[in-house]
Design a protein around this ligand. Structure first.
Ligand code: PEP
Ligand code: MG
Length: 792
C-alpha cells in the first residue's frame, strides 16, 4: 500500500494549485516545502488528507443525507441552528474510518514519526477547507486546529473532529449568508510535526507594513508559547520591523523597531497524553524579555522576503520557534489581502484638532479618526445589545464578533497586537481600531462620547468627547515633475511610513530632537552620569526605561538609531538629512534627568544651542552618543543615504571645532561617503557663506531662525507675529545672497523652514532665486510641488 494515494499526499508532493484537493492552508504549505526548502524556508514535515478522503468518509458513514436533511430542517425553521450543528457534528465524530483511509493515516503518521525518531510523535492537526482563504477575514480561522496530538488513536479522533468543525454553528450560518453550498466544500486535514514552540515562541508576520502599506518592511509579532494567542489577539505581543532592501547584505542588521509587548500569558501543552493545551501566566522575566534575538528577527525577515518573492505578492505568515533547537519554522503563508488591494491612487489623511483629554493609548490600526459613542460589550453572549454605528469597546474579539464589527464605527480592545483578529477584521472593513490598550473596558463606559484617533502614527489614542476631524485627499497620480527637488520635513518616526507613497526627493530635514523626545525621552548626559543623578524620581524612571541595558548609554544609541531609521527607510536610497540635536536649554531640561545638566538662561533661543554645545564640556559626551547613533544607522543598519546637518553654527571657527569632535567620534566628513551640511539660519552664515562652503557639503536655509535674527523678531512671540515675515525684503535678500554665494562656491542650497509650506508665493520666489531643493511638511507636499512646477 502506498501512502501517496488519493487519501493522503505528503507536503513535498503538493503545490499551490492543489487548493481543490487539500485546501488553501495545506496547498500553501506544500508549495513552500516543494519549492522553497532549497532557498532556506523551513516548514515542519507533514502530510495532508485529501478532499477525496473527506468525501469517502462522508459516504462511508452515510452522512450526506443526514446533513442535507438536517440543514433543510434548519432552513425551514423546524429545528434551531444550534440543534442542527450539534446533530451533524455528533454524527461526524461518531463515524468510522474507511479501512484504506485509516491505514494510510496510520502508516503516514508512523513514517513521520520514524523520520523524527519518535513513535508517538506530537503533531499539529490543522483544518484546511477547500474554499478557505477567500478574501474575507470573517471566513478565516473558522475550522479547528489541534496542537500536540500524540499517538494513532488520538490522531484518528482529532481528524474526525476537524471534519466536524466544518459544521460549527458559525460556519453553517456564514455559508448560508454567502450562498456557499454546504456539500460542495470539503475539508483536508494537515498533519505536521509539532514545533516545540510551547517552550519557545511563535507569532505572525507580514511582508508589508499592515497600516501604511509601505512595502519595504517586514512586520513580525511574537509571544511566548504556542501561536494561538497571537493569532487571536489574546496577548499583546512584541513587535519588530525590518527593512527589506538592506537584508541581502549579511553584514547589516536593518532592524527598524523592537517594541516589547506585555505577553500576559502563554499557551503550553497540558498533560502528557497529547491533544490538550492550556494558558499559563508568563513570568516577570518572560515579560521583560524579547521573544526573538536580533539574529532570529533577521532570519525570519529573510524567510518572509523569500516567500514573498516566490509568490510574487505581499504575504501574511505564521511562524514558530522551537524552544529546544532554536530553529525557526514557517507554519502558514497566504497572500496579504488588504494593503495589496488598495494600491496607489487616492490617499486620505486625517488630522484631529481640538481633542479632549487623552483617555487611552494602544496600537493604531489604519490611519483614520472618528468620533462616536461607546458601546461596551464584555461577552459575545451580549452582542445583540450592540448599537449600530457606535464604537465597539471590548476585551478581545474572535469570529463570533464579526457581525457587529461590521456595523461599528470603530473598535477599541484591551488585548491584541497588529495581527490579532480584531486588527485584521478592522483593517479589512476599513475601520479605525485601537488594539492592546490593556484597559479600555475599565476606563471607558457605555454611551460615553469619545474620539478614536489612528491618525497620529503607530500609537492610537482615545480622547474624551468629539474632536474636529479634518480629512485631506492626496491624489498621488497627478504629481507634476519639477527640476527643483521637493523634499519632506519628517519628525515623528512612528508616523513616517504613512508618507512612503509621496514621490518626494528625500527628507530635507529630520530634527533629531523630535526623535529624542519621541523614542528616547532621556537626557543623554543623565545616561552618561546616571550614578550621579540627584533627581530620585527621574532616576527611577530612567532605570525602568533602560532595563536590560548594562551600559545606559547604549539605550540612547539604540533607541535614537531605531527612531531615525524609520525616517531614513521611508525614502531610502534618496538622501535623508538628519540634523543633530537643536533643543534649547529649557527644552533639554524637560527630558528625563535633564535639569541637572542644563543652565538656566534668560534667552534660550539665542543661548546655548546648536553647534556651541557639541564641543562644550557640558554636552560633549551627549553629542558623542548622537554621533554613535548616526554611525550605527549608517554603518550597522546600512542607511548610507543619511546626511548629517549641523544647526545654529555661529562661525567658521565653531564649524571646525564641531567637525573635529565629529571626526573623534567616527563621523569624518568625506569618509564612507559621509556628507555634512550646515543650516543657514544666522546672518553670519550668509555673510561668511564662502567660509562655511569650504567646510560643508551643502546649506539648508532655516527661514524660521533666519527671519527671527535678520529682523530681530522673536519667532514665538504672539504679539510680534505681524512683524515676523519671511517674505520681508531683508530676509529675501539674505536668501538670494546665500544661494548666489553657495552656487559660486559649488555648494548646494535647500530650504527647510516653514514658509513655503504655508505660502505659495514664497515658494515661487525660491525657484526664481535658483534654489536646489525645498523641504516641506508632508501635508503641504502636493501644493508646494504644484507651485514649484508653475514657477519653473
Ligand atoms: C529654521 O530655523 O527655519 C529651521 C528649519 O529650524 P528650526 O525650526 O528647527 O529652528
Ligand atoms: Mg532653526
Amino acid at each position: 500500500m502506498s501512502t501517496d494515494n488519493r487519501n493522503i499526499i505528503w507536503f513535498e508532493k503538493l503545490s499551490r494549485t492543489d487548493v481543490g484537493l487539500v485546501g488553501g492552508k495545506n496547498s500553501s504549505l506544500g508549495e513552500m516545502v516543494s519549492n522553497l526548502s532549497q532557498a532556506g524556508i523551513k516548514v515542519p514535515a507533514g502530510f495532508a488528507t485529501t478532499a477525496d478522503a473527506y468525501r469517502a468518509y462522508m459516504t462511508y458513514n452515510h452522512l450526506d443525507d443526514l446533513i442535507a436533511t438536517t440543514l433543510s430542517q434548519e432552513a425551514d425553521g423546524k429545528i434551531s441552528l444550534q440543534k442542527a450543528g450539534e446533530t451533524i457534528r455528533a454524527a461526524i465524530i461518531k463515524g468510522d474510518w474507511p479501512q484504506d483511509i485509516r491505514d494510510s493515516l496510520i502508516e503516514s503518521y508512523q513514517k513521520l514519526g520514524k523520520r523524527s525518531g519518535d513513535d508517538e510523535l506530537p503533531v499539529a492537526v490543522r483544518s484546511s477547507a477547500t474554499a478557505e482563504d477567500l478574501p474575507d477575514a470573517s471566513f478565516a480561522g473558522q475550522q479547528e486546529t489541534y496542537l500536540n496530538v500524540r499517538g494513532e488513536k488520538a490522531l484518528l479522533n482529532t481528524c474526525r473532529r476537524c471534519y466536524a468543525s466544518l459544521f460549527t454553528d458559525r460556519a453553517i450560518s456564514y455559508r448560508k449568508i454567502k450562498g456557499f453550498d454546504h456539500q460542495k466544500i470539503a475539508l483536508s486535514v494537515g498533519v505536521q510535526r509539532m514545533v516545540r514552540s510551547d517552550i519557545g515562541g511563535s507569532g505572525v508576520m507580514f511582508s508589508i507594513d499592515t497600516e501604511s502599506g509601505f512595502d519595504k518592511v517586514v512586520l513580525i509579532n511574537a509571544a511566548w508559547g504556542l501561536g494561538e494567542n497571537v493569532v487571536q489577539g489574546a496577548v499583546n505581543p512584541d513587535e519588530y520591523e525590518v527593512y527589506k532592501p538592506l537584508l541581502s547584505n549579511p553584514d547589516l542588521a536593518p532592524i527598524l523597531e523592537k517594541k516589547l509587548g506585555a505577553k500576559e500569558k502563554k499557551m503550553i501543552y497540558a498533560g502528557s497524553s497529547g491533544g490538550e493545551t492550556r494558558n499559563v501566566p508568563t513570568s516577570k522575566a518572560e515579560r521583560a524579555a524579547f521573544v526573538l534575538t536580533d539574529d532570529d528577527i533577521l532570519n525570519l525577515a529573510r524567510q518572509a522576503c523569500t516567500i514573498e518573492e516566490h509568490y510574487g505578492q505581499p504575504m501574511d505568515m505564521e511562524w514558530a520557534k522551537d524552544g529546544i533547537t532554536g530553529e525557526l519554522f514557517i507554519v502558514q503563508a497566504r497572500p496579504e489581502t488588504v494593503q495589496s488591494r488598495i494600491g496607489e491612487g487616492v490617499q486620505k489623511t486625517y488630522r484631529v484638532r481640538n481633542a479632549g483629554k487623552k483617555l487611552l493609548s494602544g496600537l493604531s490600526v489604519g490611519s483614520a479618526a472618528i468620533s462616536g459613542r461607546v458601546c461596551l460589550i464584555e461577552n459575545a453572549r451580549d452582542i445583540d445589545r450592540f448599537v449600530d454605528g457606535s464604537i465597539l469597546v471590548t476585551s478581545t474579539t474572535d469570529p463570533d464578533w464579526v457581525p457587529i464589527m461590521k456595523r461599528a464605527a470603530a473598535i477599541v480592545t484591551d488585548h491584541g497586537g497588529r495581527t490579532s483578529h480584531a486588527a485584521i477584521v478592522s483593517r479589512e472593513l476599513g475601520l479605525p481600531a485601537i488594539v492592546g490598550t490593556s484597559q479600555a473596558t475599565h476606563i471607558l463606559h457605555d454611551e460615553q462620547d469619545i474620539t478614536v484617533s489612528c491618525a497620529e502614527g503607530d500609537e492610537g489614542f482615545v480622547y474624551e468627547g468629539y474632536a474636529d476631524i479634518e480629512v485631506q485627499e492626496i491624489q498621488t497620480g497627478d504629481v507634476p515633475e519639477t527640476k527643483t527637488r521637493v523634499m519632506l520635513n519628517l519628525a515623528n518616526p512612528s508616523a513616517a511610513f504613512r508618507w512612503w507613497h509621496l514621490p518626494a526627493d528625500g527628507v530635507g530635514l529630520a530634527r533629531m530632537e523630535f526623535v529624542v523626545n519621541n523614542a528616547v525621552r532621556v537626557h543623554p548626559m543623565a545616561l552618561v552620569h546616571f550614578d550621579n543623578l540627584k533627581d530620585g524620581a527621574a532616576r527611577d524612571e530612567i532605570a525602568e526605561l533602560t532595563k536590560g541595558y548594562a551600559d545606559k548609554r547604549d539605550y540612547f544609541v539604540d533607541h535614537l538609531a531605531m527612531g531615525l531609521s524609520r525616517i531614513a527607510a521611508v525614502m531610502y536610497p534618496k538622501p535623508v538629512i538628519i540634523r543633530m540635536s537643536d533643543f534649547k536649554t529649557n527644552e533639554y531640561a524637560d527630558l528625563l534627568g535633564g535639569k541637572q545638566f542644563e543652565p538656566k538662561e534668560e534667552n534660550p533661543m539665542i543661548g546655548f544651542r546648536g553647534a556651541s554645545r557639541y564641543y562644550s564640556d557640558r554636552y560633549r559626551e551627549g553629542f558623542a552618543l548622537e554621533c554613535r547613533a548616526i554611525r550605527k544607522l549608517r554603518m550597522e543598519m546600512g542607511f548610507d543615504n543619511v546626511i548629517v546637518m549641523i544647526p545654529f553654527c555661529r562661525s567658521p571657527d565653531e564649524a571646525d571645532r564641531v567637525l573635529g569632535v565629529m571626526a573623534e567620534n567616527g563621523l569624518e566628513r568625506g569618509k564612507d561617503g559621509l556628507q555634512v551640511y550646515v543650516m543657514c539660519e544666522i546672518p553670519s552664515n550668509v555673510i561668511l557663506a564662502e567660509e562655511f562652503a569650504k567646510r560643508f557639503d551643502g546649506f539648508s536655509i532655516g527661514s524660521n531662525d533666519l527671519t527671527q535674527l535678520t529682523l530681530g523678531v522673536d519667532r514665538d512671540s504672539e504679539d510680534l507675529s505681524d512683524l515676523f515675515q519671511e517674505s520681508d525684503p531683508a530676509v529675501l535678500w539674505m536668501i538670494k545672497t546665500v544661494i548666489e554665494k553657495a552656487h559660486k562656491a559649488g555648494s548646494k542650497v535647500g530650504l527647510c523652514g516653514q514658509a513655503p509650506s504655508n505660502n505659495p508665493e514664497f515658494a515661487r520666489k525660491l525657484v526664481e532665486y535658483g534654489i536646489d531643493s525645498i523641504s516641506v511638511t508632508p501635508d503641504a507636499y502636493l501644493a508646494v510641488k504644484q507651485n514649484v512646477a508653475k514657477a519653473e
